[in-house]
Write a protein that binds this ligand. Structure first.
Ligand SMILES: Nc1ncnc2c1ncn2[C@@H]1O[C@H](COP(=O)(O)OP(=O)(O)OP(=O)(O)O)[C@@H](O)[C@H]1O
Ligand SMILES: [Mg+2]
Length: 388
């Protein structure tokens, strides 16, 4: 289980360390940094498949995503006694840090500005440092593998250099894949690669989920829901068929979902009480379609290690939320779940169902910086970024 997530210098997350539970609920007002936390987890997961540097470049490079406030916020700035301003000289190099720790292994990555050189790819940030460590906290004694710039060292009894010339755009997780030589790198890579993210499904008339879909076994629905129908049929042919049936019946009394073959394609059918013919994916209301997308995400027959949902309640009527809540609780028996939400009804439902098992973080903003309400630097999980 992942116990800690740490982010440094990414948008409004100047220096955030949050503990994760079996289910973690993240709430807070508009603009406090909830989606930024979601995005930072997505970036971290991108280290495993080489997506990190390209996706930072797509977001405008480090210059756009780096924390825009001062390097250090002093007490006098917080108290309003002096204006918010940066120091003439930085104390530390420009750095965006992402990391996680679990009971067994942890990982952190430190990304910095590119070294000036003759290239057109000036928006690509550089990976300056990576560390894989055992246990919850990076310490010299717990470090298993480390990368500085293009050199990777692994500890097998003593430190050994195992690679030089690793391009600064590539993560060592991606490049050192031999399971026998680097089992700890493989373990971290497997873990982060398995994380799954669902955010703001499209439900407009041209939405991918409403289009005709290919008949192929789909245990993991795509992030845009473009294979919703085969994903639902895969659930209907799995041990979770009943869970899907009861979730739909709870959300839409008298409702029933099934799938029809149409040559090499599959079509969705949704029967509702009072209608003479079933509805198709094109006919469904936005909320109905979104509920089915969430069901396909949460009831996947190949549950991920970590499932992260951003504002799943969007365009759902409050009467649907108990059914959504039940699916989240069910999913949490198979996966660790993080839910970013504005819905007080969903929060109340999760609290009632999970009690102390729910880790609830209310985010707030102070001088532009995202903080966890009621948690200071001293009562957050221990975390050490180390130095370059
Ligand atoms: N480079 C940056 N440095 C500091 N703050 C930034 C930077 N880029 C964006 N922000 C701030 O981060 C916030 C964006 O937060 P985010 O989109 O995560 O909000 P949210 O909590 O998801 O809000 P909503 O509920 O509206 O979706 C904005 O308030 C914006 O001002
Ligand atoms: Mg948001």
């Amino acid at each position: 289980m992942i116990t800690t997530i740490a982010v440094k210098g990414f948008r409004s997350l100047r220096d955030l360390v949050v503990p994760l539970g079996r289910v973690t609920l993240v709430t807070g007002a508009n603009g406090v940094g909830k989606s930024s936390l979601y995005r930072s987890l997505e970036l971290l997961s991108g280290t495993a498949n080489g997506a990190l540097v390209p996706s930072l470049a797509r977001q405008g490079g480090l210059a756009s995503v780096l924390w825009a406030g001062p390097e250090v916020i002093s007490k006098a700035m917080r108290d309003g006694e002096v204006p918010v301003q940066g120091k003439a000289k930085r104390l530390e190099p420009v750095s965006l840090g992402l990391g996680f720790a679990s009971d067994e292994l942890g990982y952190l990555i430190d990304i910095g500005l590119p070294t000036p050189r003759r290239t057109m790819f000036t928006n690509d940030p550089e990976i300056k440092r990576e560390v894989v460590f055992s246990g919850p906290l990076m310490r010299p004694a717990s470090t298993l593998a480390r990368r500085r710039r293009s050199v990777v060292e692994v500890r097998h009894h003593r430190w050994q250099q195992v690679m030089e010339g690793l391009p600064e755009q590539f993560s060592m997780l991606n490049e050192l894949a031999d399971p026998e030589q680097y089992p700890e790198l493989l373990a971290v890579r497997r873990q982060v690669r398995g994380w799954r993210f669902y955010d703001a499904f499209r439900t407009d008339p041209a939405a991918p989920a409403r289009q005709s879909q290919v008949k192929t076994w789909t245990p993991v629905m795509a992030a845009d829901g473009s294979d919703l129908v085969p994903a639902l049929q895969t659930i209907l042919e799995s041990a979770y068929a009943e869970n899907l049936g009861s979730a739909v019946a709870a959300a839409f009394p008298g409702g029933h979902v099934y799938v029809e073959e149409n040559g090499t394609r599959l079509d969705l059918r949704f029967e509702q009480h009072g209608l003479l013919r079933p509805l198709t994916a094109e006919d469904l209301s936005d909320g109905t379609l979104r509920f089915l997308l969430l069901a396909a995400a949460l009831l996947s027959p190949r549950p991920p290690g970590l499932l992260v949902l951003n504002e799943p309640e969007t365009s759902l009527h409050p009467s649907m939320l108990p059914a959504l809540c039940r699916m989240v609780v069910e999913a949490s028996r198979r996966s660790q779940v993080v839910v970013v939400s504005h819905s007080t009804a969903l929060a109340a439902g999760l609290r009632e169902a999970l009690g102390d098992e729910l880790e609830h973080h209310e985010l707030v903003k102070d001088l532009g910086e995202t903080l966890v309400a009621g948690r200071g630097v001293f009562d957050r999980p221990l975390w050490d970024w180390g130095s370059r």
